[in-house]
Design a protein around this ligand. Sequence first.
Ligand code: GTP
Ligand code: MG
Length: 672
Amino acid sequence: MKTYPTERIRNVALVGSSGAGKTMLAEAMLFRAGVLDRMGGIEARNTVCDHEPEEREAGSSQVMALASFEWNDHKINLLDTPGSFDFAGEQWAAMAVADVVVLVVDATAGVDHTIADAWRRAARARIPRLFFVNKLDREYVSFDSVLEQLTETFDSGVAPLELPISEGPDFCGVADLLTDDAWLYEGGTITETPIPAEMADRVNQVRESLIEGIVVADDDLLERYLEGDMPSTEELERTLGAGVADASVFPVVCGSATVPIGVDRLCNYICGIGPSPLQARPMRDTAGEPVVLAGDGAPALLVFKTTVDPYLGTVSVFRLATGALGADTVLVNSRTRDSERVRTLFLLRGASSEPASDLAAGDIGAAAKLADTATGDTLGDGSIELAPPPQPEPMLSFAVVPRSKADEEKLSVALRRMCGEDPSLRVTRPMETRQTLLSGLGDMHLRTSLKRIERKFNVGVDIEDLRIPFRETITAKAAAEGKHKKQTGGHGQFGIAHVRIEPLPRGSGFEFADEISGGVIPRQYIPAVEAGIREAMENGGKHGYPVVDLRATVYDGKHHSVDSSEMSFKMAGRLAFNAAMSEARPVVLEPVSRVDVRVPGECLGDVIGDLSSRRAIVQGTDSGNYGEQHIRALVPESEIVRYAIDLRSITGGRGSFTADHDHYAVLPGAPS
Ligand SMILES: Nc1nc2c(ncn2[C@@H]2O[C@H](COP(=O)(O)OP(=O)(O)OP(=O)(O)O)[C@@H](O)[C@H]2O)c(=O)[nH]1
Ligand SMILES: [Mg+2]
């Protein structure tokens, strides 16, 4: 593929609900562009964009796929994203580097929360959007009702550019409302015809909403239109382009990805009115400042995806924020401050790649085998650090162990590498439970990540029950003697310590006090008593959990001038503590999380009801945009181990939450 100048590059993200037809749309675009001789299919497991074995098996995308192709002397960098929330990290990352988002709406399902969420995020970042209403070849579909939903749900500026000619199995073409002509798709050929006469009324009606959708982008035009002056087609086309670029006009086009119909027109629109990186919003640095896109000068690129390719090795996919990039360039990684040699540049099309000689500012490409560069890193001259794409917070954790003990090191390397590929995954190893936790967005996200680990790194992984880091404390004061004595033959051991323990408020941890007088325990052995107590607390109290929130005071004891040692007093401290502990009415403490749940308004009652059954204390609710409700609650950690799965089923996939540790509280009903 030749090198395209910035103004003829289009960075496009396909976004929409799972099953809307994004991957098939990408396939149809590649077919129409002449890249493919014939289209693959989801069921046939041979599409370009669903190229990972796990995706093909599932019949649904799991990672973003990049497919670059030429259209009308433009280069379109298509990013096909997964619709499932489990892989939202991929969608967020693709949207962060795209200049236009094509929201693919399934005409059989209409507008749903995935489209609404994506719209909201795009609106916040002012990313240009257009709608492709897909599957109009399916039975019982109605473009009109989808259009009505779009105009009702979203802001003004929704502008239908086309109407389908027939719908369902007879769907055969589209009527262009701007140019007033129609295109018929029959037996692989596309022919221009006049708009069928029976559509005239409908065309006039919808053209009005098209004009209303467009004129909002230009105050002069709007004023003239309101005074009864009809804008010309040229004026409308010009305003449409400007309106799309500044995210105030959102064209609606229609078609079918599988037949395919309207797909070539979508590519034309993308090249004609989809903004180039020059018109699009600039990328930003970590301080939020825009990075001015310059055609020459030092390049700065953001790595937004990393994969491991069987032939190329580790592949870093990036977007140039500014500057052109040639092969064999040495750049600086802003995170490590080390230099990175970008040897060969590639263009990607699903699993296949093609070398590229150079890339213009704003383009998307890939580099292989970088030394130490991860997703989210910037490579450049060291003066700019680009903001990494935002990532959704993990909601679900699995405790993972290698199937074979010998694979421990291999698994930890594999987990680290997976997190480098997918920043919405996180690996932690909490001290208290000593489990390795893999956290992600949902059950499917974690299970497919583990499958991928097994395949790519050849290491078996098992999932264990998550241990809750319970603790123990005391509710009464108690005192006891600890006597360590071994004086039979040779050098003996002798130490006696009297220890009193008393409860402290939650979160105080441990305090130690020394009330020894008269040297009954010599000064140098007091720290050993404390160490013995600390050890006993860590080893666990009556229920086996680490003990916290108490004061221990050593107030009496005895020593022996020859047989006493640090070891003896450590033992004495431990024995005294254990004896006192059993008298101090110990209780189990459980961790409680501060949870922030976001749900659609109509689910509020069900979600609060469910939270109450999880012993939650609801602290308040607030209303967000688009009917969203936020619930703030305190919930015991043991009750939300699988909350990501349950919340999704209660809300039909529309709820999300974050949880952070807040405090420890007495576990109700536990035996003392
Ligand atoms: N009849 C018909 N079926 C379609 C059309 N587009 C896609 N499909 C079918 O819908 C199913 C889902 O299509 P995909 O392309 O995998 O959908 P997707 O949006 O990529 O889904 P995710 O990857 O899960 O987000 C497949 O069985 C496709 O063959 C269309 O225009 N018409
Ligand atoms: Mg897909």
